[in-house]
Structures are given as C-alpha cells and as structure tokens.
Design a protein around this ligand. Structure first.
Ligand SMILES: [Zn+2]
Length: 354
C-alpha cells in the first residue's frame, strides 16, 4: 500500500529544516503530497530528535484544523501512528498522579520560580505555582515542568524546560532545553493527547473570560497582572487548536493574545474558533504598537506587563488603540480604575487594574 502524504525523502541538506519546537537546525522533515496538489505549511512535519523533542505534526491534524484544504481525505492513511499522531478513537494516556504530586516541590531551586520571585515576590510566585500546579524537574538542575492538566484534572503530559533565573528567558544553548515527561518515561503505547496548559482552571470560575497565550510562563505572569481573565497557554504557535482541544472553550468568551509576529497565524485560528461557535476576539495591541527592538525580541503580553512602570496607563493606551478590546472589557464589566491601589478580586465586577 502506498501513501499519498509522506515525509519528504532526504535529498541533501535543503530537505532538512529547523524544528519549530526545539529550534534545532536540520532536524526537521516536512510532509509532502506525492500528488503535488496540497502544499503544507512549514510546521507540518516531524523532528528527528525523538527523545529530546518528539514534535510530530501530521497531515491529519492539519486537515482537522483546515478542513477546507482537505482533498480526497479518504485516501489518506497516516504512515506512522506515534506520540503526536494519536488515533481519534483511542483514549488519551495519563501521567501517574503520584509522580505529578511529587514534582510540586523544590521551588527554591527551580530557576523559573527564582526568576518570577525576583519580579513578583515569593508569595505571589508560590500562589501561581500552586494555582497552575507547576512542578520542578531534576532532568536539568533547576528545571521546571509545566503539566498539561485537562479540564477533568488528569495530566496528559508535562513539558520540561530550563530558564535563566536572571533574564527569565529559556536556556537555548548549547542546545534548546526542552523535553517531555512522556518521552522521558518511555512508556509503551503512550497515547499523547495534549491539552492547554492551565486547562484545569476552566472547570472553576466559568464566568471569567479565557485569555489564550502561547507560552506557559506568559500565562503565569499575565494571570498575576490581569486576574480578570482565566489565562491558559497553547504551548506553542501551533499547539492545541484542533477541534478536540477547542471543545473546552465552547460557551466561553475567549480572547487571543498572540506573540509579536504570530498575529496572522492566530487570526486563522480565531476564524476557525468562530466556525465552532466560540466567542473569540483577538488582541492586536502588541502588533500595532511594538518598537522594532521589541519586534526583534518577539515580545509577548507578559514582556509588556513586566516592563510597564505604570500598568494602568498601558492598559488605557491599549484600549485607545484597540476599541474592540474596550467593547470587550465593557461587556465583561471590567472598568478602569486609576485610584485603586489594591489588586482587584476577580470575582468582583468593579474596578480593573492592570
Ligand atoms: Zn524538534
């Protein structure tokens, strides 16, 4: 049996690319259509660093997200069923809750904890770690594990990353320090189905609008500054936007906060969400206002929030430049309040302080 969509065969170095997840050069193979009718975007493919990265985005996922691009889909049989290509009918696998619980410790050594404490204070950082159930991992000294805990509280996997405690940036040299708990555990037949980071929070406080960002760290920081939203992270530009993942957002007001440079991609995601009857707005403040340096650095909302000396002024500016957000805020009953020195109780619908 032959397959229509295959990983591009090796024909010299030009056929191997930089992985969109671990950013390793020349380690990424893209999918091609042997009939030359469908051309896939660059992130549809597989990283050959199976242990360290494991990224694998198959054509089936792409067609699920972009049904209009589907062409004689019935021809398609996935060549490989592996971690990133779970069969729909199979139940997801979960990580042992004892392992997860045991990771919720050793915070003083955790480099992300150290960084956030320097920015937000230790008490507030600890609250964030508990709220999002972020753990510590020994894989690298001081590493952080972001558990993907689904809306039912079950853990799908964990992403292990290492941060620089001074800058708060991810350690990418001599290699990108990112790996996955399910790959480290080497469990047979593990059926990976990723979910949003912070998804478990959607089970409570269902009145809060949901704010979606790319990075887990950004969700933590933004949740500190803007507790009026329920912040969750996709874990990547292309993560968590298939029909199955999006089910948890049904009947929720949702606002997307793309990183600088990702706006167009997320506009496509927003359209898709609308087609699933999810109420969604996209926040384009960063895209409209960023300086060239910020653009080069690939700023996201958390970078702006951390940098802002007067966060309230920033928010007013955001609203001035983005009337859609103002409407959204008003609809949510979020009112600007310059006088308030205290952080607003998210359940109280008066006063909004950034
Ligand atoms: Zn990779």
């Amino acid at each position: 049996m032959s397959y229509r969509y295959i990983l591009e065969p090796y024909k010299g170095i030009a056929t191997r690319h930089t992985c969109p997840t671990c950013e390793q050069k020349k380690s990424f193979s893209r999918y091609i259509d042997t009939e030359n009718k469908v051309s896939f975007p660059n992130h549809v493919g597989r990283c050959d660093r199976e242990e360290k990265c494991g990224y694998h985005f198959i054509p089936k996922q792409y067609f699920e997200e972009n049904p209009e691009r589907r062409e004689s889909f019935s021809d398609y049989q996935p060549t490989i069923q592996r971690s990133f290509s779970p069969m729909k009918e199979k139940e997801p696998s979960y990580i042992d809750s004892k392992l997860v619980e045991s990771s919720l410790s050793c915070y003083p050594k955790n480099k992300l904890y150290q960084y956030l404490s320097s920015q937000l204070g230790e008490d507030e950082t600890m609250k964030l770690m508990m709220k999002y159930k972020v753990g510590s991992a020994k894989h690298w000294e001081g590493a952080t594990v972001f558990w993907q805990r689904d809306i039912a509280g079950r853990v799908r996997t964990g992403k292990v990353m290492l941060y620089d405690p001074e800058s708060g940036k991810r350690v990418k040299h001599p290699y990108n320090h990112i790996t996955w708990v399910h790959s480290l555990l080497k469990q047979e037949n593990f059926n990976l189905k990723q979910c949003f980071f912070g998804e478990h929070l959607l089970a409570s406080q269902s009145n809060l609008p949901v704010a979606i960002v790319e990075s887990e760290k950004t969700a933590l920081i933004s949740s500190f500054y803007m507790p009026q939203f329920q912040w969750i992270a996709t874990g990547g530009k292309h993560g968590c936007f298939n029909d199955e993942n999006l089910q948890v957002l049904k009947a929720r007001k949702t606002i997307l906060f793309p990183d600088l440079g990702a706006w167009e991609d997320w506009q496509v995601k927003a359209d898709k969400m609308k087609s699933l009857n999810i109420e969604v707005e996209i926040f384009d403040f960063l895209e409209k206002r960023a300086t060239p340096e910020q653009r080069k650095e690939g700023y996201d909302i958390a970078d702006f929030l951390l940098e802002a000396k007067q966060p309230t002024a920033i928010l007013q500016d955001m609203i001035k430049r983005n009337p859609a957000l103002k409407i959204l805020m008003e609809e949510f009953g979020l009112v600007l309040d310059n006088s308030s020195k205290n952080r607003v109780n998210p359940r109280k619908k008066t006063g909004f302080r950034l």
